[in-house]
Write a protein that binds this ligand. Structure first.
Ligand SMILES: [Zn+2]
Length: 312
């Protein structure tokens, strides 16, 4: 479990560095986390506040090296609490200067990916001194056996429609070459129901089609969206739903739940209706089926509270 967290948080550090650092050659991120794996400090390499990161300065190595503040230093300075006993998750092995600072800040573990041959050539000596200091000061150095996996691009997993006439929509999809694989019924506490068909194509994303009994949450949603049917959400398959939430959360994306929803073989999360498209986005990791009835029910109930576009 700890190794899993090590990979996740180094992945987050890697993301922060690659997204936020303006350094043209080496983008580094650092996440400081407490023993519950909650981030308490973040940093990436960059110039000090108010110091302009102009291309002239960034592209002239001697100037850049003099002006840049390393990711670990920024993370320590930005920390929201005492760092005694915390772990630093780095996207690059720490240099000896940063190690001095981390030792004195009380950081007890440093996790980083295996350096590349190129990184070893440029900073190998500094990494070695850092590692010797860590040994002497009793800081645990954890080198991951693999570099952070390059993220596999997200692919469309399924499209979910809500319609007035499910059978007609199913038939239309059969015409398009889909077959109906499963039908399931969700029972709501007020006695209303929703019936969902899972349509499988020859190849490519599945289609989910839901219809509610008159007056049900799903039926009212369809009425609020023109009365025939509409795309309710599109789902993208990702490597790690929790990491995707952290990454998109930093870009201001709002989710319907604080944590991913889990079912056996399935992890998923839903955004709030996106202000740019009006639909909900789902991010999913799955072994086989792309739905779980409990989660579908919870999603239907939660989107009723959202009431997207009801008045429009
Ligand atoms: Zn450093």
């Amino acid at each position: 479990m700890s190794e899993e967290w090590d990979k996740k948080l180094v992945g987050l550090a890697n993301y922060i560095g690659s997204e936020w650092s303006k350094d043209p050659s080496t983008k580094v991120g650092c996440v400081l986390a407490n023993d519950r794996h909650v981030p308490v400090g973040l940093g990436y390499n960059g110039f000090p506040r108010k110091i302009a990161d102009t291309p002239e300065r960034l592209n002239h190595r001697p100037t850049k090296y003099k002006l840049v503040v390393h990711a670990e230093v920024n993370a320590v300075l930005n920390a929201t609490q005492s760092l005694v006993g915390t772990t630093a998750y780095n996207s690059l092995a720490p240099c000896s200067d940063c190690m001095k600072l981390m030792i004195n800040a009380g950081i007890k573990r440093v996790v980083f990916p295996k350096p590349s041959a190129d990184e070893l050539e440029r900073w190998g000596e500094s990494f070695e001194l850092a590692s010797d200091m860590a040994d002497e000061a009793g800081v645990e150095m954890v080198q991951l056996s693999t570099p952070p996996a390059p993220p596999t691009p997200m692919t469309l997993d399924h499209i979910a429609y809500r319609v007035k006439d499910r059978l007609a929509a199913v038939e239309w999809h059969v015409t398009l070459g889909y077959r109906e694989e499963t039908v399931f019924v969700i029972d709501f506490d007020d006695g209303s129901k929703a019936t969902c068909s899972v349509m499988i194509p020859e190849e490519g994303p599945e289609v989910f089609i839901s219809q509610g009994t008159p007056g049900s949450i799903v039926d009212r949603w369809v009425d609020a969206h023109g009365g025939v049917g509409a795309v309710h959400h599109t789902a993208y398959r990702v490597d790690d739903v929790g990491l995707t939430m952290a990454q998109l959360g930093m870009k201001g994306v709002k989710f319907l739940s604080d944590k991913p929803l889990t079912c056996p073989g399935l992890v998923q999360v839903f955004t709030k209706p996106d202000p740019r498209t009006g639909i909900i986005y789902e991010f999913i990791e799955r072994e086989s089926q792309g739905f779980c009835q409990e989660n579908v029910k919870d999603l239907m109930i939660s989107t009723d509270e959202e009431k997207p576009h009801e008045k429009s």
